[in-house]
Ligand binder design. Structure first.
Ligand SMILES: [Zn+2]
Length: 477
């Protein structure tokens, strides 16, 4: 109606608007719901053309009695087919003030876009969420061209405040989403988090969640939907939103299509159980189990990866004794101030580096594969060229030895009191790496070594074994 009055004043003004009961009214758990108002945005419902025409007539009559006029240009009709209907929906013809109203296939109400353009009601809404989230992500990343690299902690704050709201907008209503819809919005999440960590566009996904402590979007959306269900269950029985939930539960019980049936099926896919008569306590349990499922999901992905051996062996040495680390946590090494050093240690830890153990996985036009044991160090050609060998073991390059000498010398000055240099020299390379990574005073020194060593390797030609070299190695082993 386009009235400039305040929303509250308008609600008071329109509070006596009602419609005549009709046999085709929408009934939610025994309560007829034929219209909703959000300030001056009015929506009328019915399950039939005749029922809706009767509501429109009631609206026109009320408006004329109250010196109001409905804006015909902003008034549209949407016709929704029944779920899984086999017959084509007939286009209804409805009138207001004697004029035929426009039939629309897409319309937003209270910021949620409903669309009948495709078979899924929410496709257009999800496309809009994706577009807005991508725009927000690109705007944030554009800042980098003015102020330099975005530190991960600040980037994470911006993700949660500026991008996540678009990626989860109205998911309480639309549900978690189909796989195709999730693919669209998850792509934005992955794109932004990879840029934040300085990883390439095809890096493994589990590390985005384990290192930044951000949930995969499909879990995050399910969590919000469960929290909303919990809120609905706390409402009085005659609250319209509670009536809608109760009706959805009744429909699910009779195996009919419903919002609750969909939520239950999404939960089942995550090994969470919801009953035929949900309670607040039951939802609280489901939420608690869901946070376990997220961690299991990320841990399983890390442990089953053939590339993430350094992450699989990660332990926390910050208090002296080695302890297991949380599966998901904002990692201390991401607070390294220098972008170059932070990226160097991140890429080595997450197997996104250019050492042969990773790079020779790819054929790059070669007619043969190179097994892991043949991806030898370009300097010594006796060990696999992998991070720990390059950082701490290889002695076949003078540059590497010089870098390592500088590293040990810096370390002497920064060691915490409960560690001595001989203790560290006695550790195996893997433990040494994780110890230095988990102690705030030594992580910069480790990162500097990573950057220097990677630079040395990148400036020397890689050793590419021939088929004969590979055969010789197999015979030797
Ligand atoms: Zn070597």
């Amino acid at each position: 109606m386009g009235d400039p009055a305040s929303p509250l004043a308008f609600l008071i003004y329109i509070s006596d608007f009602n419609t005549t009961p009709h046999a085709d009214d929408v009934i939610l758990n025994g309560v007829p719901v034929s219209h909703l108002e959000h300030a001056d945005d009015v929506v009328l419902f019915s399950t039939s053309e005749a029922g809706l025409q009767s509501k429109l007539d009631d609206l026109a009559a009320w408006a004329s009695l109250n010196q109001m006029q409905v804006n015909l240009q902003k008034t549209v009709i949407m016709a929704f087919p029944r779920p899984y209907a086999r017959t084509q929906l007939q286009k209804p013809q409805l009138y207001l003030y004697g004029q035929v109203l426009t039939i629309s296939q897409k319309q937003a109400y209270v910021g949620v876009t409903f669309s009948t353009e495709s078979s899924n009601l929410w496709d257009a809404h999800i496309r809009l969420c994706e577009k807005r989230a991508r725009l927000a992500a690109n705007k944030i990343l554009f800042i980098e061209s003015h102020v330099g690299s975005l530190p991960p902690w600040e980037g994470r704050l911006l993700y949660r405040s500026q991008i996540d709201p678009h990626l989860t907008w109205a998911c309480e209503v639309t549900g978690c989403g189909t796989l195709k819809q999730l693919d669209r919005i998850e792509d934005v999440q992955h794109y932004f988090l990879r840029r934040l960590l300085g990883l390439q566009s095809r890096s493994q996904l589990c590390v985005l969640f384990s290192e930044l402590d951000i949930s995969p979007l499909r879990f995050r959306r399910l969590e919000l939907q469960l929290r909303y269900t919990q809120h609905l269950l706390s409402l009085p029985a005659d609250h319209l939103a509670r009536c809608a939930l109760d009706q959805a539960v009744v429909n699910a019980r009779s195996r009919a299509h419903s919002w609750y049936a969909q939520l239950r099926s999404t939960c089942t896919a995550r090994e969470l159980q919801l009953s035929d008569a949900p309670t607040e306590v039951e939802i609280e349990d489901a939420l608690s189990n869901l946070s376990d499922r997220v961690r299991q999901y990320v841990a399983t992905a890390i442990n089953s990866s053939a590339k993430l051996d350094l992450l699989q062996a990660r332990r926390d040495f910050s208090t002296g004794r080695p302890r297991p680390v949380p599966v998901m946590q904002f990692r201390p090494y991401l607070r390294i101030a220098s972008t170059e050093l932070r990226h160097a240690v991140t890429r080595l830890l997450l197997s996104e580096h250019s050492l042969s153990v990773e790079r020779l996985r790819w054929r790059d036009g070669r007619p043969y594969d190179i097994p892991r044991e043949a991806r030898l160090c370009r300097f010594c050609r006796t060990a696999v060229e992998e991070p720990l060998h390059c950082l701490f073991h290889c002695r076949s390059s003078q540059d590497l030895c010089t870098a390592r000498k500088a590293f040990w010398s810096s370390l002497t000055r920064k060691l915490p009191s409960h560690w001595s240099l001989p203790d560290l020299r006695n550790l195996d390379a893997e433990d040494l790496f994780h110890l230095l990574l988990s102690v705030p005073t030594t992580v910069d020194i480790l990162a500097a070594l990573c950057a220097r060593v990677m630079n040395i390797y990148e400036t020397h030609p890689r050793f590419i074994p021939s088929l004969d070299d590979i055969a010789d190695l197999s015979e030797d082993s």
